[in-house]
Ligand binder design. Structure first.
Ligand SMILES: [Zn+2]
Length: 199
């Protein structure tokens, strides 16, 4: 087990994120003076959690969890799709920065997941978008027969798949098994600002 990491700190980190989101939903963010915080964190970073989120401009992890400079180690791309650079960045956060918690932050009406659904229905994709949404297709495939809103089901399924894949990784997986690291998935609601744990 890595020094300084334990279940208690992961639980505390998760509680801190959820409390931050609660403040965000209620529009009563902590107003931490950024100048003072800048000086405090300049010598070294010690984030309390890592977040893998979608690049959607409406879902910045630092704001929706009411965090400040140096609080969160954030990795983002459209549809929070895993790749060696994404996994490597999260491994860096866990192994080098001793982050005890990784949260995967998906969101309602995700454009990347909508694109994967459209591609499945025959809409052509341009550039590298096809490669990107290939990472979302398994989730779409898994829920396509469910009654109700396909996009909504696929959003949750893709968060679950991303969390499951990270928990099985060769570096992060054993740490999860040992209880040294927690990996969870949250679904952010674009309408309410609420981030609900779904994995
Ligand atoms: Zn998105």
């Amino acid at each position: 087990m890595l020094r300084g990491m334990n279940t208690a700190s992961a639980t505390h980190a998760l509680q801190r994120l959820l409390e931050g989101n609660h403040r965000f939903v209620e529009d009563r963010l902590h107003r931490v003076p950024l100048g003072a915080r800048l000086k405090e964190v300049a010598p070294a970073q010690a984030p309390f959690a890592a977040a893998l989120g979608c690049s959607d401009s409406r879902v910045p992890a630092e704001i929706v969890f009411d965090c400040s400079l140096g609080d969160l180690f954030v990795v983002r791309n459209a549809g929070h799709v895993l790749s060696p650079s994404v996994v490597g960045s999260l491994e860096f956060a866990v192994l080098k920065l001793r982050v005890p918690l990784v949260v995967v932050l998906g969101h309602t009406r995700c454009g990347a997941i909508q694109a994967a659904i459209a591609a499945r229905e025959g809409e052509p994709t341009a550039g590298s978008i096809g490669e990107l949404i290939a990472g979302v297709r398994p989730a779409v495939q898994r829920v396509r027969a469910l009654p109700g809103n396909l996009l909504s089901h696929a959003v949750t399924a893709h968060i679950e798949d991303t969390v499951a894949a990270l928990r099985c990784g060769p570096v992060l997986g054993p740490l999860v098994e040992q209880g040294a690291l927690k990996i969870v998935g949250a679904r952010y609601d674009l309408d309410t600002g609420d981030a609900q744990l779904v994995a």
